[in-house]
Write a protein that binds this ligand. Structure first.
Ligand code: WTA
Length: 666
């Protein structure tokens, strides 16, 4: 176990939770899945997955379900051929549901668009034709840096339609982050917008892309074209020969496009996520297995009834939740959904609830950090709106504390709608552990057990399953269809990160601590590695440390994720400044916080930066983050006997006390 990790410490805090919330009889009777699904999957797991795969349209059926002989590189539905975009769009039109609404788009300023499946088909075909005209073909990488617009969904599906691999970059990321991702994936096209709306003003996107591409020296940029959606109306520069407006390049294209069918293992996308080093990992997903599991889990965990439900996932397209539960899962299932461009407090703190009332949303999928923020704002905001349409509530991204869970169920769900706490990762591609809303008697704060078809366990350091009541590390013991197929361009890192820890058992190591309660239900306890979870977003401590030390005034930096009542964790940095900067004061701290935002993105801006003279290190030079976390969380400092210099912590504490403890916080 790494220095920073101790899943056991969370165990003692865990409540002895006695509350149970089974579905109503009425809900259970109408639900898509019953207890029988667990039995079927247990009896024949691969046959169960074949049944799920048959919910999709395949041009050619597979001849073998799973090939695990090249472990840890899996192949699913071997020999099968399909097109993801056809499954998400065309097949619904062909089945006579062309007029059904696919997307209710709501812009932050209040503009709306209603896109039927037939319209979505026309838009995706036009975009596919435009990409082809720009020379993009099968296997080419396309970076997408867009706000939550219809064009974001269309761009992803257009890539999928022609076999190009999309790499969506969250719109809050910096030029440096774009540069790193474009370089790593060797992307030849970037799709962006002039700007997007956030908190009533326009934030620039195209200028950030320009800045990123300017970092390539000489003519080393792999990017041949930048396609620009007009959204913010902000002033931008267009580079002749490279940059094109979406309205010009796409709108004139034919509305038909003949799809090709691709092998099940054809790469669908790369999505970068933080690991324990400074370099983000390009998580690779392929087509058949990914689409099978996203569609199945969206149908199962949310009990989707496509004909009547109105579904809304509040994630951004830049994260995996937006990929799996806005684009691929819901659209493969023919769902009608709401997509919203902006923030929950614009123009007022009831915006989400207003949208739920307006569209009669029945299924809501959001994150604990949002729920805790709503709790803080108060019940008066949701209580002004009619939320009676809601029938299932989902949570994802971080552990949900029982108080937030109860509030969600009571205030938003009217004490009626089941809450499903869904555990999964960018790497797993789809939900792995979650209640089934029509089956499970849910416990507030528990993700309960693995979905039918999925095998998870909690093991000790030796890989032995812990007994009920015990805690340890979460592992996945069998391959699953939507599992990552590797890290783009780095097979060794893939093996090392996920498969080396329990190589003997062949388990996938998730990086999360977990507990099995007395009934064997699972409680997720957070990361056990140096990855922080800030508002449900993964950021590694090393990434922020590298950003800090890239500033000329910083000699050394150590970063920890400290518990935060709203964001789950918050970034707290300890820095040693270089000689002349050493007493830079509050201005220096502000400069460093902005520097991190510029290097990575605003989400990585430390909540607090503490200037110190020394950092606590072991004799082998490893920073003891555990001790720094004690400081950051205002706790008494734990065991310091392994420190090379045991007086260091006294110095840090004294220094902080002298500055009033949190001089640098804002
Ligand atoms: C955490 C987001 C507790 C976990 C889909 C995981 C959770 C990481 C939950 C993946 C949950 C996600 N309960 N923790 N329901 N869901 N996590 O890749 O630490 O952005 O490893 O995927 O988020 O984050 P990622």
């Amino acid at each position: 176990m790494s220095e920073s990790s101790d899943p056991q410490s969370g165990l003692s805090n865990l409540l002895h939770e006695e509350r149970r919330f089974p579905p109503s009889e009425e809900f259970a009777a109408a639900a898509n899945y019953s207890e029988q699904a667990y039995e079927e999957a247990a009896a024949d797991r691969l046959a169960f997955w074949e049944t799920q795969a048959r919910r999709l349209d395949w041009e050619t059926e597979w001849s073998q379900v799973l090939d695990w002989s090249g472990a840890p590189f899996a192949k699913w539905f071997i020999g099968g051929r399909l097109n993801a975009a056809v499954n998400c769009v065309d097949r619904h039109v062909e089945a006579g549901r062309g007029e059904k609404v696919a997307l209710h788009f709501e812009g932050e300023p209040g503009d709306t668009r209603t896109i039927s499946y037939a319209e979505l088909q026309r838009l995706v075909c036009q975009a596919a034709n435009a990409l082809t005209e720009l020379g993009i073909g099968k296997g080419d990488r396309v970076a997408i840096y867009l706000p939550m617009l219809v064009e974001a969904v269309v761009s992803m599906l257009a890539c999928a339609r022609i076999g190009a691999i999309h790499s969506v970059i969250f719109g809050g990321f910096s030029a440096q982050a774009i540069y790193d991702r474009v370089l790593d994936a060797d992307a030849t096209l970037v799709i962006t917008a002039d700007g997007g709306y956030r908190r009533s003003s326009v934030f620039p996107l195209k200028p950030v892309v320009d800045e990123a591409l300017a970092k390539f020296e000489g003519d080393t940029s792999p990017v041949r074209h930048v396609l620009v959606v007009k959204r913010g109306g902000n002033d931008i520069e267009m580079t002749e020969g490279r940059d094109l407006w979406w309205d010009e390049a796409v709108a004139r294209q034919p509305e038909q496009h003949q799809p090709e069918f691709f092998d099940s293992e054809t790469p669908l996308y790369i999505l970068y996520t933080s690991g324990t080093t400074g370099k983000p990992k390009g998580i690779l997903h392929t087509t058949g297995g990914y689409l099978t599991q996203t569609a199945y889990t969206h149908h199962a965990a949310f009990d989707l009834h496509a004909d009547t439900d109105i579904y809304w996932c509040t994630a951004d397209i830049g994260w995996v939740t937006g990929h799996s539960y806005i684009v691929y899962g819901p659209l493969a299932n023919g769902a009608t959904q709401v997509i919203y461009e902006g923030t929950p407090d614009t123009p007022h703190k009831g915006r989400f609830w207003e949208l739920i009332e307006k569209y009669r949303v029945t299924i809501l999928y959001t994150a604990p950090t949002a729920i805790r923020t709503f709790m803080k704002w108060g019940e008066e905001f949701p209580s002004k709106f009619d939320l009676s349409s809601l029938r299932v509530l989902g949570s994802v991204g971080e552990p949900i504390n029982p108080e937030a869970w109860m509030w969600y169920r009571r205030v938003i769900g009217g004490d009626r709608a089941p809450v499903v706490d869904t555990w999964w990762q960018t790497e797993t591609g789809a939900i792995m552990i979650s209640p089934l809303p029509g089956v499970t008697a849910a416990k507030p704060g528990s993700a309960m057990r693995a979905l039918p078809g999925v095998e998870a366990d909690v093991v000790d350091d030796q890989g032995q399953p812990v007994p009920n009541g015990g805690g340890g590390l979460l592992v996945l013991t069998q391959p699953w269809p939507s599992m990552l197929r590797g890290i783009w361009g780095d097979d060794d890192r893939y093996r090392d990160t996920y498969w080396s820890r329990f190589a003997e058992q062949g388990y996938y190591f998730a990086g999360d601590g977990a507990k099995k309660d007395d009934d064997g239900d699972l409680w997720l306890l957070g990361r056990v590695d140096d990855v922080m979870n800030i508002s449900g977003h993964r950021i590694s401590t090393t990434e922020v440390e590298s950003a800090l030390v890239s500033h000329p005034s910083v000699a050394e930096a150590a970063v920890v994720g400290a518990t935060d009542p709203t964001t789950g964790q918050a970034i707290v940095a300890f820095v040693i400044l270089r000689g002349s900067a050493a007493d830079g004061g509050a201005e220096m701290v502000t400069e460093l916080r902005n520097h991190v935002a510029k290097e990575i993105g605003a989400i990585a801006k430390p909540r607090q930066i503490l200037v110190v003279a020394e950092l606590p290190k072991t004799r082998s030079g490893k920073i003891m983050r555990r001790l720094l976390r004690d400081v950051a969380e205002h706790r008494s400092i734990g065991d310091v006997t392994t420190l090379a210099d045991s007086t260091v912590m006294d110095l840090i504490s004294e220094g902080l006390a002298a500055k009033g403890g949190k001089a640098a916080e804002d």
